[in-house]
Ligand binder design. Sequence first.
Ligand code: BGC
Length: 461
Amino acid sequence: MTFPQSFVWGSATASYQIEGGHDADGKGPSVWDMMAHWPGKIVNDDHGDVACDHYHRYTEDVQIMKNMGLQAYRFSLSWPRIMPDGTGKVNEAGIAFYDRLIDELLGAGVQPWITLFHWDYPLALFQQGGWLNAASPEWFADYTKIVIDRFSDRVTNWMTLNEPQCFIGLGHHDGMHAPGLQLPVEQVLRAWHHALMAHGRAVQVIHEHAKQSPTVSWAPVGVAYYPAEETPENIEAARCASMNYFEDKSPVWSNTWGSDPVIKGHYPEAGMKKFGHMMKWFKDSDFEIIKQPLDFYGVNIYQGHPIVADDQSPKGFRDVKREQGFAQTQFYWPHDPKSMYWICKTLYDHYNIPIVITENGTSMHDWVDEDGTVNDAQRIIFLRDYMRELGRAIDDGADVRGYFLWSLMDNFEWAEGYRQRFGLVHVDYQTLKRTPKASSYWYKQVIESNGAVLRDAQVVK
Ligand code: BGC
């Protein structure tokens, strides 16, 4: 298990989840500001008005990153903080905040990696139809132009959209995430298509206007079907499932419904067989916008689906029931390190562009002990197991360039409010005190040793 010398070890957050300052200094509302105040939608009626108050405490947070030895920090920009109405007027105070944050990071030796959109869509644009509006790709392009003009003198690493599966699938189909819509699948496909076009337009704008040679990608969900036992038949069935299997209700929970258009310039055939008849409206020329050169494939991976080959099933595979009492996280997500290995292998073999793990991590029940420490031993074990599988994927030929741990600090976990704690740093939401957890000291050793400590069986010392 050897990580390349140039491997980037980082951590990630997103604007609405940590910033707070929901109406500070001219920021406009986003769909999440709306949804979080919709009674009964979020666990405990929690909201992100203050969140971790990163907007006011970013210097302390950057100092924590520096102490942890983080090489890179992936964060997102709040579109309505920069453009309160989504288009038109620029909020200089919002720009100034990100200027200060970027400078602070660079001063601390931490590389900024910026996500343009991590779900906090401007409410003013939602009121004009949001992603359903055919003008939405151009709105996103205009916003990207402002960002690139203002920050690309210091920032070179860019990701356009975070997890379209969630903001379109959970946001426009299942109604669990903002803007809380439950649209028929035809409309979901339309919103999805516009989001892909927005991605393409943003990549074009970055390439046209960046002041320094940029590195560009996006960060979709990794959908990992993996062989429960690694036989040639099961491996092939898992590969097909990860790339060609589409659920009946919607195609969005797949890798290829987004990445084939973005990387290859067309929707995947297997998905079109099921959903193409609902999509007479798109034009072939749209793909000239959607397909743009990407420097890496950013993938967020938390869990997977163990399967075995089954030629009796029309799907070609069968889900394998997990054993009784299987290991799981606080979210009741399975502890599934093999998903890491197989997502890297499968995506790299299929698309042949370098991979960056843009998110991976776990929520646990963490609290501060009487001596002031947070002993999150299970998080360390979770991370060690996933990182070892990452190392195995690299050893087996996958070109993986970096790893961003989700998340730097506990934060607003969308519909789950504050009850899921994903952070390397504990946040007390009453006092806003930050307490680095044991896992943050352990991650520091991982970074310093470029992964060598992952060979140790004993993680808690
Ligand atoms: C999202 C994050 C989220 C994390 C854990 C990803 O789906 O990009 O915003 O907090 O997973 O659920």
